[in-house]
Design a protein around this ligand. Structure first.
Ligand code: 13P
Ligand code: 13P
Ligand code: MG
Ligand code: MG
Length: 379
């Protein structure tokens, strides 16, 4: 069995929240090189999307492994030190704790991990996002694994026909449920259509008994109790031979659907699929970006990456994302561009509510009319 772990954190932005400084990427690469040489990792790659660094790693320690998580934590501490030296923006932004304890759960960095028996050919896709939250994967996961208009394999491939199990988390009440699709599709959509709260954590093939998809599901604001930047989630998809074909897994992103995030993590904006060289959101800290790195895994080694959205077939999605962005921007501070109030509770909203509490009065009370100033006596 091997484990593929994608662990990510924003440890400082260059410039503002737009990208990662090359010195930080070089430091992360040095650390990965050392960990591979020492035998901790079978292989590893450093990647980034916007101001978030991802460590893409293969190893034999399974998911939630303390050794692997503490290695990622130490690497992010090292890149934070560089961000601090260069006074980059939000240095150490996603490291919510001072000390590492056991694994990364609740500590800030996000992670998606899959443990599996390597198949004779093992194509995997690693999706990395910036300026959005984990529920952003709900729509494409539904399309990949449950919608035959996206994935003809669900109809045509005997190994896919029985469908997939979706593990969904309720991030507010910290509960989980498994939906058996296609039978439970309508029930599931009721929940995952509300991606701020319900997030698909993993997808499993009923026929193969194999886990095919994993996402990072933590919400930084729910951990920290305040706004500390967006989660900027990652996702792993295993493809082909009874799982969605690579093209079926990419197809949902031809539609630049709307996600929560963008400027100050407080706006709806279109999700733009881009090649790695364009994954640096600058206009209005958006539109939110997604990149996809494709690998073949052989003996645990990562063959790749291929930059999967570096394809003119996604030009129209990028063009449409620009148009939708223009349209939404014209709403300024109004919904539905701005997020609804319940999603802003970790920002200024709670402070504002406390400040104005005494100025709100029942509508039945008489409104006090401001008294005009007393005229000064005529001399
Ligand atoms: P600050 O400039 O106060 O950090 O807020 C703007 C921003 O970038 C939100 O993260
Ligand atoms: P990040 O979550 O990418 O740091 O962005 C924060 C933000 O507030 C952008 O405006
Ligand atoms: Mg940032
Ligand atoms: Mg980010």
């Amino acid at each position: 069995m091997i484990t593929l772990s994608v662990i990510k954190a924003d440890t400082g932005g260059f410039v503002g929240h737009s990208a990662v400084h090359p010195d930080m990427l070089a430091e992360a690469r040095r650390e990965l090189g050392r960990a591979t040489a020492s035998g901790l990792l079978i292989d590893g790659r450093v990647a980034s999307c916007g101001d978030d660094i991802s460590l893409i790693m293969t190893h034999t320690y399974g998911v939630d492994a303390g050794l692997i998580h503490s290695f990622a934590w130490d690497t992010f501490r090292a890149t934070t030190r560089i961000a601090q030296e260069l006074r980059l923006y939000g240095a150490g932004q996603d490291l919510l704790s001072d000390a590492f304890s056991g694994n990364l759960k609740g500590m800030g960095p996000g992670y998606a991990e899959l443990e599996f028996e390597e198949r004779p050919s093992e194509p995997v896709l690693c999706f990395l996002a910036d300026k959005t939250e984990p529920g952003a994967w709900n729509l494409p996961l539904y399309k990949m694994f449950a919608d035959p208009f996206n994935t003809p394999g669900l109809v045509i491939d005997e190994k896919m026909h029985a469908g997939f199990g979706f593990e969904v988390y309720d991030l507010y009440e910290e509960k989980r449920i498994v939906f058996d699709c296609p039978a439970d599709i309508y029930d599931m959509l009721m929940y995952i259509g509300a991606p701020a709260r319900y997030v698909v954590h993993g997808v499993r093939s009923k026929t193969l008994g194999e886990t095919a998809a994993a996402t990072s599901t933590q919400r930084l604001s729910l951990i920290a109790g305040k706004y500390v930047g967006k989660d900027d989630p990652v996702m792993i998809i295993r493809c082909q031979s009874g799982l969605p074909a690579v093209g079926e897994a990419l197809e949902p992103f031809a539609f630049p659907y709307t996600v929560a995030g963008c400027m100050r993590g407080s706006h709806h904006a279109p999700f733009m699929p881009v090649p790695v060289e364009h994954a640096h959101p600058s206009r209005f800290d958006g539109p939110p970006r997604v990149v996809c790195l494709g690998f073949q895994i052989r003996g645990g080694k990562l063959i790749g990456p291929r930059d999967m959205f570096d394809d003119p077939a996604f030009d129209r999605a990028r063009q449409q994302a620009g148009e939708v962005m223009d349209y939404l921007r014209r709403h300024g501070p109004f919904e539905p561009h701005r997020l609804p109030l319940e999603d802003l509770e970790y920002t200024t909203m709670s402070i504002l509510s406390r400040r104005l509490a005494n100025r709100w009065t029942p509508m039945t009370t008489e409104v006090a009319t401001p008294t005009p100033p007393t005229p000064s006596p005529v001399p």
